[in-house]
Write a protein that binds this ligand. Structure first.
Ligand code: PLP
Length: 406
């Protein structure tokens, strides 16, 4: 049984007030809140066994290494990956996508085309654009349809017309919440001998993702969207590709032997992890996944989907707002504008009533361009949100709408 009241008690921040009002936190797509188990795991590391990992001969270093590598194994298992060599620990989804673009750069040739979803977060657009002038490759957008889904048929046509070498797609779009047909895009990449790169930053918090079964070449995840700390994320990659590709950053830990007559590199996954890693937050991320396991994640997601559906139905029935998109498969997000009002004004006034939402382009300017908008207000749901909070949000929204129209 999913006990929402008990779950909410696990998140200390959810009981705070903002401007004298109980907080309604609907900015989960920007970052999720953290349960006490995650906060404690980080303090515990600093209190008891803070030390640098790998190569230490003393007890604390051994404990830190065991916890760090144990966390890697736990993170891999959650996503269906049993080979720790395929779990590269990085700063976040942004760094993961930059790593992929910069390492497969050496395999691309002038004239190659990189297909990128039109609704991508900038983290899955800009690293590819940066290759254009360097390599003579071209980034071509995979069009979005009017519902907000990426158009797989159009991508197939693009593959017939161009030498496509990479297909880079978001699993769930952060500005709309559309759950894209990633399986279809991964299959299309395979048919065309192109790399498949999936940005899973907005999917992992809302569904159990089995990266092994998906069979993408690369899959990027961000811990802070999944109840984990900021500054940590993962790149999952297929071993044979990661072995073939060169390291990205150089420094400690990623080497085997360094000499002025030639340097050799460490084995996977450390070949891609130069320098002291983010030890505390890796441990914190694994604590977050253990927490999600302990609460019955499937039941939590079923609850979240009910709350999201209620929010969407209520918003689609309001003639004072325009909701962005209407995808067939819709997750967490409700992006909207109050008719005749600027999103920043709406967000600022909602904050005065205790409701936290995000406003603006959501790092997805091409999405805004497609819909002809400067930005939207984005309410995004997590499993710890409630139907009552949606009602409080709707009341606040009605008050704000009234204030702005008077
Ligand atoms: N991709 C998507 C779809 C996102 O929503 C975000 C964060 O907002 C990112 C990538 C960047 O992730 P990170 O904060 O881990 O760098």
């Amino acid at each position: 049984m999913f006990d929402l009241a008990k779950i909410r008690d696990d998140f200390p921040i959810l009981s705070r007030k903002v401007h004298g009002q109980p907080l309604v936190y609907f900015d989960n797509a920007a970052t999720s809140q953290k349960p006490i188990a995650v906060i404690n795991s980080i303090t515990d590391y600093y209190d008891r066994y803070n030390s640098n990992v790998h190569r230490g001969v003393h007890t604390l270093s051994g404990e830190a290494t065991d916890a760090y590598e144990g966390a890697r194994a736990q993170i891999g298992r959650w996503f269906g990956i049993t080979d720790p060599g395929e779990v590269i620990l990085l700063r976040g989804a942004t760094e993961a996508l930059n790593l992929v673009a910069n390492t497969i750069a050496g395999e691309l040739k002038r004239g190659d085309v990189i297909l990128v979803g039109e609704t991508e977060h900038h983290a899955n657009i800009v690293p590819w654009q940066q290759l254009e002038s360097r390599l003579g490759v071209t980034v071509v957008p995979v069009p979005v349809d009017s519902t907000g889904m990426l158009d797989l048929k159009a991508a197939k046509t693009l593959c017939e017309k161009h030498p496509v070498a990479v297909i880079a797609i978001g699993h769930v779009s952060n500005a709309i919440g559309a759950l894209n047909d990633v399986e279809g895009f991964i299959a299309l990449a395979k048919e065309n001998s192109a790399y498949s790169v999936i940005d899973g930053a907005q999917a992992a918090p809302h569904m159990l993702v089995n990266v092994k079964n998906l069979q993408a070449d690369f899959y990027a995840v961000s811990a802070h969207k999944c109840c984990g700390p900021t500054g940590i994320g993962v790149l999952f990659g297929r071993r044979e590709l990661l072995e073939r590709l060169p390291p990205w950053q150089g420094g400690g830990d990623m080497i085997d032997r360094v000499s002025f007559s030639g340097t050799t590199y460490n084995e996977l996954p450390w070949k891609f992890e130069a320098g002291t890693p983010n030890i505390a937050d890796t441990i914190g991320f694994s604590a977050a996944l253990r927490y999600l396991e302990s609460i019955d994640f499937a039941a939590a997601i079923a609850h979240e989907n009910r709350v999201h559906e209620y929010l969407i139905d209520s918003m689609l029935n309001r003639n004072t707002v325009d909701v962005l998109g209407n995808p067939e498969r819709w997750v967490s997000v409700c992006s909207f504008n109050v008719k005749g009002s600027h999103p920043t004004d709406v967000g600022t006034l909602l904050d005065q009533l205790g409701v936290a939402v995000r406003t603006g382009h959501h790092c997805a300017m091409p999405t805004m361009e497609y819909f002809g908008l400067p930005g939207t207000v984005r309410a995004s749901i997590a499993f710890y949100n409630s139907i009552e909070e949606v009602d409080r949000f709707l009341d606040a929204l009605d008050r704000v709408t009234g204030m702005l129209s008077s």
